[in-house]
Design a protein around this ligand. Structure first.
Ligand SMILES: NC(=O)c1ccc[n+]([C@@H]2O[C@H](COP(=O)([O-])OP(=O)(O)OC[C@H]3O[C@@H](n4cnc5c(N)ncnc54)[C@H](O)[C@@H]3O)[C@@H](O)[C@H]2O)c1
Ligand SMILES: O=c1ccn([C@@H]2O[C@H](COP(=O)(O)OP(=O)(O)O[C@H]3O[C@H](CO)[C@@H](O)[C@H](O)[C@H]3O)[C@@H](O)[C@H]2O)c(=O)[nH]1
Length: 433
């Protein structure tokens, strides 16, 4: 099949590459000329395990192409995929300007029947909006179908998630579009949920909102556990073995960040408000999440009520491991907070330091884990990078000024920390002193 993907962010680039890997001819389009020139040479703008190799392979095998020319990309395409950003507007709702601009361009360049698929996360009703814009700008000259095919990949495992998707969701208005999109997903050998466009758009928001709810729920249970000497990791294990609950997304910590959960929960609350439905569960989910990252600050303040002159080693800048994405990362709030209280803060991250330096003013960082830790008065874990999980704690103890670890990601077993000589505070578990 011949496919045109518009937008080369995480979603456009990964899904475009994976669609080419399963045998389609894919042209990825972006307005950003420099990005496209670099992509043509196999230079990937994001850090995503396995992506570079797959892009290079598919360029080499002439299935994957990059261009800034939408007319050229659309000319022979049967399927056109919209994968541009839908960032959060100041009001909390999804900003649809990029999607609407793309719809105009698609309308202007339509040259025959195509299935126009929205993969961006968009409010319910956007499919109809895209349809009317395309009709207007193509002057009704050609037949086309709009469809919704939301993306469920996670950053850090995006290629794996796409090639091994749990399900594909296809929202369509015609049998013709259903056949095209079902055929497109056949090589993924996955369950395909076929529904109407509005339901498909709702499935995406409801999925993200539910996962965010699970996280805020377990974080509240973690906070409660701290008062009673209960261990939230065991609580989650004990709950998760019940198949109705499931064990995933019950890791307590410093709350969710990233490019999706914060903006998508906010957008869904806004969608509800517009039609007079008060999504009170989701509002609580947001409130809990907003406070959760500051639990780490409380734990540091408990040890050092005065941070003046203290050196803090912050391990992890990205919002999660295996990505360089800094969107809504806890480090963005916590590092300035500690610095404002007089601490000297040095941060470690194997990948995200350059992006982090753009977000956090005056960021001091090192890419050497043990150099970061040297002479620190407390080590603070914000991202569960493998390098941090595998850190040699006896070496750490020799290097630090004070053997104190505050762990926002619960990466060490309490039993291992008991006789380690560290003060070890984590989330929802008894502190080891
Ligand atoms: N990032 C994720 O992990 C993820 C996962 C699932 C769904 N989503 C959703 O997918 C969508 C895209 O997210 P992202 O993180 O890939 O976005 P992004 O913001 O990283 O990238 C969007 C790209 O679109 C390009 N673009 C904007 N307008 C354009 C136009 N008119 N023509 C061509 N290119 C244009 C931009 O230059 C940019 O390269 C969002 O709706 C997001 O919510 C994201
Ligand atoms: O048990 C958990 C699981 C995750 N998180 C946090 O939740 C955030 C999001 O993590 P994750 O879902 O792994 O990453 P994303 O790349 O943001 O992916 C989410 O958002 C994407 C964009 O919509 C969706 O496509 C994915 O299905 C959805 O998982 C991160 O801050 C994690 O640290 C927790 O605190 N506890």
């Amino acid at each position: 099949m011949n496919i045109c993907v518009i937008g080369t962010g995480y979603v456009g680039l990964v899904s475009g590459t994976c669609f080419s890997e399963i045998g389609n001819k894919v042209t990825c389009i972006d307005l950003d000329e420099e990005k496209i020139e670099r992509l043509k040479q196999g230079i990937i703008p994001i850090y995503e395990p396995g992506l570079k190799e797959l892009v290079l392979k598919n360029i080499e095998e002439e299935r994957l192409h990059f261009s800034t020319n939408l007319a050229e990309g659309m000319k022979d395409a049967e399927v056109v995929i919209i994968a541009v950003g839908t960032p959060q507007a100041p009001s909390g709702e999804a900003n649809l300007e990029y999607v609407e601009n793309v719809a105009v361009s698609i309308g202007e360049n339509l040259n025959g029947y195509k299935v126009i698929v929205t993969k961006s996360t968009v409010p319910v009703g956007t499919g109809q909006r895209v349809k009317s814009i395309i009709s207007e700008y193509s002057h009704g000259k050609y037949e086309f179908d709009v469809a919704s095919n939301p993306e469920f990949l996670r950053e850090g495992s995006a290629v794996y998630d796409t090639m091994n998707m749990d399900r594909a969701v296809i929202g369509v208005e015609s049998k013709r579009a259903e056949e095209v999109l079902t055929k497109l997903h056949e090589p993924f050998n996955t369950e395909v949920v076929v529904t109407n466009v509005e339901t498909s758009e709702m499935i995406k928001y409801a999925s993200n909102a539910f996962l965010a709810t699970k996280i805020s729920f377990i974080n509240e249970i973690a906070n409660l556990s701290e008062h009673f000497g209960a261990d939230v990791i065991k609580v989650a294990e004990g709950m998760g073995l019940d198949k109705r609950i499931g064990k995933h997304f019950l890791q307590a910590g410093i709350g969710y960040g990233g490019s999706c959960f914060p903006k998508d929960t906010s957008a869904l609350i806004h969608i509800g408000r517009e039609v007079g439905e008060d999504l009170s569960i989701l509002k609580a989910v947001e409130e809990v999440n907003g406070k959760q990252r500051m639990r780490i600050a409380d734990k540091v303040n408990e040890i050092y009520p005065d941070l003046e002159g203290k050196k803090l080693a912050v391990l992890g800048l990205a919002f999660k491991p295996n990505t360089d994405d800094m969107r809504y990362a806890p480090s963005i709030d916590l590092i300035p907070y500690f610095k404002n209280k007089g601490a000297e803060v040095i941060a470690y991250d194997p990948i995200a330091y350059e992006n982090a330096a753009k977000e956090i003013e005056g960021l001091q960082y090192s890419t050497d884990l043990y150099e970061t830790i040297k002479d620190s008065d407390a080590v603070i874990i914000l991202t569960e990078w493998d390098e941090v999980k595998k850190m040699d704690l006896s070496k750490v103890k020799e290097l630090v000024n004070e053997p104190i670890i505050i762990d926002g990601r619960n990466i060490y077993k309490l039993d291992d920390m008991k006789n380690s000589g560290f003060y070890y505070a984590s989330i929802g578990r008894p502190t080891i002193k």
